[in-house]
Design a protein around this ligand. Structure first.
Ligand SMILES: [Zn+2]
Length: 152
């Protein structure tokens, strides 16, 4: 049997496939079911979300954009508590020494605005998108460990 690779003998490969494609068109039902369309959309949603949501494990300095060093936790201020940030991490800039606050928001609507975080924020926001598009999903996990994920 001949082997064909992408980019090699493409014309020859198409010629060999043509009769099979015609036969599939005659015999097959090429209309995807609703379940197949939903599945395909969900896969596209995952890829889009992975590109659009910033994984923020090492926050950059708000002032100069340089690397920071974790300085521990601070008490949330009212504007952070308003969006469920009961945990606020502090980071000190390696260059200008400015302190950057990193509130860990739990409100998915706030996460639509910030579009960044770690596992908890990621799963929380992604679950919101899934539910908005009609997928029966729920947020699962122990919230203090890095094990939160979205389930159907
Ligand atoms: Zn800085």
């Amino acid at each position: 049997m001949e082997q064909y690779f992408a980019g090699q003998n493409a014309k020859q490969f198409e010629e060999k496939l043509r009769p099979f494609i015609s036969q599939i068109r005659l015999e097959g039902n090429l209309e995807p079911t609703k379940a197949e369309q939903d599945h395909a959309f969900l896969i596209q949603l995952v890829y889009w979300f992975r590109r659009s949501f910033k994984w923020d494990s090492d926050p950059r300095c708000e002032g100069c954009g340089s690397e920071t060093i974790n300085q521990g936790l601070d008490t949330p201020i009212p504007s952070e508590l308003q969006y469920g940030a009961f945990r606020v991490e502090l980071y000190s800039c390696r260059y200008c020494l400015r302190t950057t606050r990193c509130p860990r928001y739990n409100d998915p609507l706030k996460l639509l605005e910030t579009r960044s975080g770690r596992c908890g924020e990621w799963a929380n926001c992604f679950t919101l998108y899934c539910r908005a598009f009609g997928y029966a999903t729920r947020l699962v996990g122990p919230f203090l460990l890095c094990g939160i994920h979205t389930r159907d």
